[in-house]
Write a protein that binds this ligand. Structure first.
Ligand SMILES: [Zn+2]
Ligand SMILES: [Zn+2]
Length: 608
């Protein structure tokens, strides 16, 4: 391909009235060329902190350094990569939102061989139980070995998952301590919400509506769930009365918000009777409490959503945190002999996790230490597929996903900073999980206790100032949303570009630059090449600015080529119209997303 002019080059705009030539002001007014380079890199979607990989041709011994995009999901790390990730998320939401067929067809029926193996496993289970009762422990060991073998065979036969938990190892989620069996508490279970319960169908797609003229449509929904009020706030998000704002509840609610959302979807599915699917994200509101936006496939009556939200709650059955027994200047200490945390003065061991939970079980009046509920504000509306409204909503849902939680609403005034500090103070004291080192402050040894805990200084994410207590995943996508992972979506986008450019996976067909080879090409080549991570100061890597310039040039040429191919496709064929919708969206990707990453073999699947 020969281009008459170098792409991306246009006549320079005439400069505005300048300060006196030669003055310091005039010099400082000139942009730094390295900044401009980064700016252009961002404009062209070129990763600004690429990973240099050295590829060695195993036949010829020639090496070549190739830049791979860093794949960051946060703008503050790498703008272009974060934006590209957001576009993939948008594609994922778009694809699952209005689909009218089931994304994951049910599993194939089990074969006779598979059934026979499961039956054999059942017989072994029975025999093992018999042997245990008869105290024939040598037989138990033999049977365990047999069970291991049959389970391997089950996996080899192509069955998914484990048929049952393994024997002998304590279940991760059980509260039992080794050597002790305790039946699951009835007191600490979650009360069932007051909602109608239906059997949940396998269906994941919404209802079809028929208009009077016979045309059919299948609308979808958009939903926002918010937490309760902790006290009146001003427009800048800060409390009107800081002393009466309930920071403790705000902190606990934020930490347990993900569980509340899980329960909401569970309750909604049971109440509606079908397998409702969602894609959305958790982000902070201006008052710094988390809320969640969701795209929902299909429609659900608004009053059902409200009723389910109002009836949904999550109870936290943890030991009491009413009395803080230790402070940072007087902390419990680890006693190596007792293998326990003990009081610094009396050397009495602190209450163990099991003892603390037993106490809750034994107390007929025990109440959960915290209950999370939604606030009364539930926003929901219908969205028609393919409309500008649908696109706008997707952009809205993904607005903050490239930002750190703490950067979504930067504290700019003193009042906002103080509000953030007060919330953070609470978050530091709030136990994040049942293994949190901060339990020691309340005189309780956390679950799976050990000597390396730092009482009151747990490293858990939710205790950090800039997480606002939102420690888990921020992108929440249900299992049967699009039936694809983010890596699948990435692959789709590439396949589309490849088809448009007529490039094949054969590296030779990619032309002189060799730049149109996709990740599959790289896979096919693996036998020919060895890859290793190059260090930034290796002599063959070269300065970052040189590498950026090369990538930008490549990128600019690639973009021109792609635009030309698009034009050709638009002129040449009307039979493409069926795929045009998705083509347009993938097109957006290409205008600022790819270029330098076509060799990357799938970035990390972000679940932050
Ligand atoms: Zn990057
Ligand atoms: Zn913690």
């Amino acid at each position: 391909m020969t281009a008459p002019t170098l792409p991306g080059l246009e006549p320079a705009p005439t400069p505005a009235a300048a300060p006196r030539p030669g003055s310091r002001a005039a010099r400082m007014a000139l942009p730094r060329s390295v900044d401009v380079l980064k700016e252009i890199a961002a404009e062209y979607g070129v990763c600004v902190r690429p990973l240099a990989m050295r590829r060695t041709d195993l036949d010829t011994g020639l090496t070549e350094v190739i830049d791979l995009p860093c794949g960051a999901t946060r703008e503050d790390k790498c703008g272009p990569c974060a934006k590209k990730n957001r576009r993939l998320r948008q594609a994922q939401i778009r694809e699952g939102w209005h689909r009218d067929d089931e994304p994951l067809p049910g599993p194939e029926p089990a074969t006779e061989e598979q059934k026979a193996l499961i039956l054999l496993r059942a017989h072994f289970e029975f025999a093992r139980d018999e042997a245990c009762r008869a105290s024939q422990y040598d037989q138990v060991a033999d049977l365990d070995e047999a069970i291991r073998e049959v389970e391997e065979a089950i996996a080899a036969e192509g069955l998914r998952g484990r048929v049952g938990p393994p024997h002998g190892s304590a279940d991760e989620d059980s509260d039992d301590e080794p050597g002790r069996r305790r039946k699951r508490s009835t007191r600490r279970r979650q009360d069932a919400p007051d909602l109608p319960r239906r059997k949940v169908e396998r269906r994941t797609v919404g209802k079809i509506y028929t208009a009077p003229d016979g045309s059919t449509f299948r609308p979808s929904m958009w939903l926002t769930l918010t937490l309760d009020s902790y006290g009146p706030v001003r427009p800048d998000g800060t409390p009107v009365n800081p002393d009466r704002y309930d920071y403790r509840r705000a902190a606990w609610d934020a930490v347990h918000f993900p569980r509340l959302l899980d329960r909401f979807w569970q309750n909604l599915r049971r109440c509606e009777g079908w397998n409702v699917q969602y894609a959305g994200c958790v982000e902070p509101q201006r008052r710094l409490a988390p809320h969640a936006h969701f795209a929902i496939r299909g429609t659900i009556p608004r009053d059902v959503l409200r009723t389910v939200a109002a009836a949904t709650y999550h109870q936290v059955w943890w030991p009491s945190v009413d009395v803080q027994r230790y402070t940072l200047d007087r902390l419990p200490v680890w006693d190596e002999q007792a293998t326990a945390w003990v009081d610094p003065d009396t050397h009495e061991p602190l209450t163990t996790w099991t003892e603390a939970l037993d106490a809750i079980d034994d107390d007929p009046d025990a109440e959960p230490v915290h209950v999370v509920r939604f606030g009364s504000q539930v926003d929901a509306r219908g969205v028609m597929p393919g409309t500008a409204d649908a696109e706008r909503t997707i952009r809205y849902v993904t607005k903050y996903i490239t930002k750190h939680t703490g950067d979504c609403h930067k504290a700019t005034t003193d009042r906002q900073r103080k509000h953030l500090d007060r919330l953070w103070q609470q978050l530091q004291l709030t136990p994040c999980t049942d293994r949190c080192a901060n339990w020691l402050l309340y005189g309780v040894q956390p679950k799976k206790v050990h000597a390396r805990l730092k009482p009151g200084r747990c490293k858990g994410k939710v205790h950090q100032r800039d997480t606002l207590g939102i420690g888990g995943r921020r992108i929440l996508i249900s299992r049967e949303w699009s039936g694809k992972t983010l890596a699948d979506h990435k692959h789709d986008a590439r396949a589309w570009v490849r088809a448009l450019l007529g490039a094949t996976t054969d590296s030779g067909a990619a032309g002189e630059t060799g730049q149109l080879v996709d990740d599959q090409g790289a896979t096919a080549e693996r036998v020919r090449h060895a890859w290793e991570l190059a260090r930034p100061d290796d002599p063959d890597v070269g300065p970052l600015s040189h590498r950026l310039m090369r990538s930008i040039s490549e990128r600019a040429r690639w973009r021109t080529e792609l635009l030309a191919a698009k034009d050709r496709a638009a002129q040449g064929s009307s039979d493409l119209s069926a795929t045009q919708h998705s083509a347009q969206h993938h097109g957006e990707d290409d205008n600022s997303g790819r270029g330098s990453d076509h060799r990357a073999s799938g970035g990390p699947d972000q679940h932050e």
